[in-house]
Each structure stands twice: as C-alpha cells, then as structure tokens.
Design a protein around this ligand. Structure first.
Ligand SMILES: Nc1ncnc2c1ncn2[C@@H]1O[C@H](COP(=O)(O)OP(=O)(O)OP(=O)(O)O)[C@@H](O)[C@H]1O
Length: 433
C-alpha cells in the first residue's frame, strides 16, 4: 500500500496535535506534524504537502504569516485554518487571501476529514456533472446562467449535488474569484447574522474590531447560501435587501450600507413554495431568488450517471488512500442500478469509499456495497447469520484484547494478532472500534 496524500498539520497543542495525527493516519492520509512556524516552513519546502491544516496561533509566528510565506514561495497547498470563534474575522481574511477554508474550534474532525478528502481528490475527469439527459440539461442551464447577473436557485433532494452545481456555475463565470459556501442551517442562529454580514467595531460586547462577514469575503465571486429555507425571518429581510439592492449593513453599522457585487446562488431541499404558503418564507424574497431556478434530479432518476460516478469515486479514493486498484463486478453494477439511493450522490460516494477500503478482493461485489443487506436479511437463514455474528464477536473481542495488551499501540496489536496493520485497521473499522 502506497502512502496516502501528505498532510502538513501545524499545531502546537500537545493534545490536539497528536490526536489529529492519529485520526488522519487512520483515515489513510500521510500526516506530518509541525509544532512551530519555522518547522512548518521547513517541512513544506522539503516535502510539499497535498494539503495543510494550520492553527492560527503558533509559538514563533502566526499561522497567517506561515501561510503568506508559503504562498510567496509558491509552496502553498490548499490550507485549512483552525480558529477560535473570536478569530473568525482573521479567518475570513485568510479565505479571501486564498486559504481554502476555516474550521472553528472545537474542530469537527469528521468535517475536517471530509474537507481534506475533497481538497486532495481528483476533479471529475471531464469536469462535467453527468452524462444523463437530466444533468446535461442542468449544465446547459448553468452555463447560460453564468452569463447573466441574476440570482440562481438550485433545488433538489439532499446529496444530489447542489453545491457541486453551484461550483460548476462559479467556474463557468468567475473561476479566479472567491467561492464562499455557507450552510445556513449549520451556523447557530445568533451567530449567523454577523457571520454573514460582519460587524462594526463596538457592535456588541467583545466586538473590539470591525469584522468582515462572508458576504464581503465573496465579493466579486459567488456567495452560495445552502439550506436557505432555514433562515430566520429577520435574516430573510436582510437577505431580501442584499438580493434586491445589492446592499447590506454589518451588525452595529448605523449609517453607511456596504455594496455587494458578487453572484448569489441559493439552494434548498425544502419545498419553498409550500414554506411561502404557510408563512415561514417571505413571498417577496422567494420571488426575488426564484428568477433562474432549476431542480437537480435525484440519483434514482439518473440511471446513466450511477456507474460513471461510482468509477470516478473509486479511482479518486484509491488515489487518495493509496489503495490497490479495484473493479466493480457486473453484479455490483446491477445492484447499484436497483438501489433507490435515498442519500443520492453522497450515499453513492460513501458506499464506494467504504467498499474500496474494506473489500478483501480486487473485485467489489454487491455485499461490499450493501453490507447491511447481508447482515440484516432474514432470508439468509438464522444459522448462517448467527455463525457470522459469532465470528464477528470473536474477532472484535480478540482485537480489543490485543489492543489492551499493547496499550493501544496498533502496530504492536497487529503483530500479536499476526495480521498486517492495514488488515487490523480494516477490521477495527468494520467492528466500529
Ligand atoms: N456530479 C458530481 N460529480 C462528482 N461528485 C459529485 C457530483 N454530484 C455530487 N457529488 C458529490 O456528492 C456529495 C454531495 O454533493 P453536494 O454536497 O453538492 O450535494 P447537495 O445537494 O449540496 O447536498 P445537501 O442538500 O446535503 O447540501 C459530495 O461529496 C459531492 O462531491
């Protein structure tokens, strides 16, 4: 197994640093830890990373200074900053200056891993959204929309690829400009206004400095507001002004409004018209954002895309994790065609990634993609299922014992069990350890 993508982790915290290192290793990355800015600069120059995860405050210099020095040396990789909520202004500035994204502490490690996967994954081969007639029509729509200065509304079930579509539109319109994605449902309600619109100095207790918001960060590029149906009424009013007048007022700003000249793209999986009907979404805002609207079809209606996407995700995960090449068995392709994909493309991606990481053979079969059917299917017959359960429980117990005896050291535990570290890792994942 070749090592996965190299990640440079810049973090001086003696607990967080090693913990993140361990998790990134388990996820198949090849992480390297630097605890000072100087060490980070040396490491990035000697062994260029595929991505960088950096703390904002380091013992010898700021994370921002490290980022700038690397950018000057053209050694910058996609960089993610980990920041306390109080440093969001600085983080936004960094994103504007080219950093990929920031994550607030305490860091949501699953989100970090997903972001690193996306940053180190290969782009779709042809840069398109899919060969199905439905996605071809979406591509035509987005390319036309890219030439127009109007808001765009993307509808569709969760996981169909609304954000991917928004990026496609952005790349067709202004690829060199910032693309700022905000999930309106993920940011606590009381923080959303200042996160979006920024705040002036003295706007509230603790607001010592003016702080730019994400609207400002997206200036000249694209502001993508996902889950827009979840916005609270006061923010809907503020958003209406942004859409209609291209103007907004930061929190605590008394006089002057700020102008916004970027593209606005909205997405939701909710039925916005129904929300308007029951009074939860402003009708005037709905009509303003519903000018150029398209629905991205669920994956179950895009049969021609499933296999292409599956192969794309397979190659990408193999490269990212340094796995041997796999192929999909004809039965696996049939099983995918039969599945209804309630989680859409996101579910397909997850199933393929899990299958590639876990499969014991080069050929991925239906049971690798849909393991829950094998375990949960009563038609399998009780004796076989309970034998499998018994083997599973015994395996889990052996692994736990070996890990206990080796104080959690996986290399040592693998040696005791007489299996490779990779196999141990796979078994630990299978048994949720
Ligand atoms: N056409 C595509 N090509 C490659 N990857 C895709 C495509 N469509 C979706 N994906 C992948 O599927 C996952 C879900 O996509 P995305 O986040 O864009 O969906 P979404 O509709 O915005 O979801 P949500 O409603 O939950 O916000 C992501 O990992 C994305 O990279």
């Amino acid at each position: 197994m070749t090592p996965g993508p190299r990640i440079l982790l810049i973090e001086d915290d003696p607990v967080l640093g090693p913990a993140l290192m361990q998790r990134l290793r388990l996820e198949g990355f090849a992480p390297e830890l630097a605890t000072t800015g100087a060490a980070a600069l040396a490491a990035a120059t000697a062994r260029p990373p595929a991505a960088i995860v950096s703390d904002m405050r380091l013992p010898d210099m700021s994370g921002e200074a490290v980022h700038r020095r690397l950018a000057e040396a053209a050694a910058a990789a996609p960089t993610f900053f980990m920041t306390a909520f109080g440093d969001v202004a600085q983080a936004v500035r960094l994103v504007k200056a080219g950093a990929r994204d920031y994550l607030t502490k305490p860091v949501d490690v699953d989100r970090l891993v997903a972001a690193l996967r996306a940053a180190t994954a290969e782009a779709p081969a042809d840069g398109g959204l899919g060969r199905s007639a439905a996605m071809q029509a979406v591509e035509v729509f987005l390319r036309k929309a890219a030439r127009l200065d109007l808001p765009v509304l993307l509808l569709g079930e969760t996981g169909v690829g609304k954000e991917v579509a928004a990026r496609y539109l952005h790349d067709a319109a202004a690829p060199a400009q910032p693309f700022v994605a905000v999930n309106c449902a993920a940011i606590p309600r009381e923080l959303l206004e200042s996160t979006l619109f920024g705040h002036e100095k003295g706007a509230f207790t603790g607001a010592a400095q003016r702080q730019a918001g994400l609207v400002e960060a997206a200036e000249g590029g694209t502001l993508f507001l996902d889950e827009v149906a979840e916005l609270a009424p006061e923010l809907q009013a503020k958003l209406l002004r942004l859409v209609q007048e291209r103007a907004y007022r930061p929190v605590g700003g008394s006089g002057r409004e700020r102008a916004f000249s970027g593209r606005l793209v909205f997405a939701t999986h909710a039925d916005l018209a129904a929300r308007v009907a029951d009074g939860r979404f402003r009708a005037d805002l709905y009509y303003r954002i519903n000018v150029l609207e398209t629905t991205i079809a669920p994956l179950r209606r895009r049969a021609q895309d499933v296999e292409d996407l599956a192969r794309h995700f397979l190659v990408a995960v193999e490269r990212r994790l340094g796995l041997e090449a796999h192929c999909l068995s004809p039965a696996a392709v049939l099983a995918m065609a039969d599945h209804t994909w309630p989680g859409n493309v996101r579910e397909l991606r997850n199933r393929i990634e899990r299958a590639a990481a876990m499969a014991d053979q080069a050929e991925i079969g239906p049971a690798d993609l849909f393991p829950e059917r094998r375990l949960g299917d009563p038609a399998d017959g009780a004796p076989a299922a309970s034998l499998r359960d018994a083997v599973g429980q015994a395996t889990k117990a052996q692994i736990q014992a070996a890990l206990g005896e080796s104080n959690g050291n996986r290399a040592e535990a693998a040696r005791r069990l007489g299996i490779s570290r990779t196999t141990l890792w796979k078994r630990m994942q299978e048994h949720g350890l």
